[in-house]
Ligand binder design. Structure first.
Ligand code: CTP
Ligand code: MG
Length: 235
């Protein structure tokens, strides 16, 4: 594990924007659509730059990194790289493309979460002064039921021990790079906190924010519902 370093507000970022947005549907992946006056992915780029981010690697759909860079607007702090077939492979491509020192702070963020409150970035960077990984989480407020494949309740789960996990997720660069390189599991497994945790690294929780909601369905763009509300088994 890398040594803790002095407090720093300097950080780098990876924005994963290589997904197809199948649940939203349509011809244009959700991160390249308009939302509140600009492209979805432009919101996170602007928030990260405003918060002092020194370098962003934008991970784009395969073969589209030049177009993605143009769509994001020219900025010398941003470079782009092609992503992979899964989110995790896209993050790995971003990490390999990021030029960083081992103790540098790196934030890994979903382009599909356009609204990043500055306070969350502040909490994450503060947590990295003493931890190698930090993620924003929210409590689960509903009660939780365990169900069978045919939608019959088989038990209940303890909501106090479960959290809703968001991005950006913050790490020491050397530790998250090493964890991704050594990952032997399913290439579609969860998020980067899980990858670090599985490699033995500890990840601390900071308070998340409802505004970090991920655009997932067409109605998140304010469109009428086109999908059934009850979507069992979709990832
Ligand atoms: N992502 C990525 N590369 C992939 C898959 C996902 O960079 N191969 C990114 C998406 O662009 C998104 C983030 O990971 O910013 C979170 O993924 P998700 O919300 O699942 O987006 P999609 O995979 O695009 O959507 P869907 O699952 O509905 O197809
Ligand atoms: Mg997906």
């Amino acid at each position: 594990m890398s040594d803790p370093s002095p407090p720093s507000n300097v950080f780098k970022a990876i924005i994963v924007a290589a997904g197809k947005g199948l649940r939203v549907g349509g011809d244009t992946p959700k991160q390249f659509r308009q939302w509140r006056g600009k492209l979805v992915l432009q919101h996170s780029i602007d928030a990260l730059i405003d918060a002092g981010c020194s370098r962003i690697v934008l991970v784009a759909p395969a073969g589209m990194h030049e177009e993605a860079l143009l769509a994001a607007g020219k900025n010398s702090r941003i470079t782009a790289v092609d992503g992979g077939a899964t989110r995790q492979q896209s993050v790995a491509a971003g990490l390999e493309a990021l030029t960083a020192n081992s103790s540098d702070y790196v934030l890994i963020h979903d382009a599909a979460r356009p609204d990043i409150p500055d306070a969350v970035i502040t909490r994450l960077l503060a947590a990295l002064e003493t931890h190698i990984g930090a993620i924003p989480v929210l409590p689960v407020v509903d009660s939780l039921a365990v169900c069978s494949e045919d939608n019959v309740m088989t038990g209940k789960a303890d909501r106090e021990s479960l959290k809703r996990v968001q991005t950006p997720q913050a790490f020491r660069f050397a530790d998250i790079l090493r964890a991704h390189r050594s990952w032997k599991g399913n290439p579609d497994a969860g998020d980067d906190a899980q990858v670090l945790s599985a490699s033995g690294g500890s990840v601390v929780f900071v308070e998340g924010d409802e505004r970090l909601k991920k655009i997932t369905f067409a109605e998140d763009f304010g469109e009428p519902m086109t999908l059934p509300q009850f979507r069992v088994g979709q990832g």
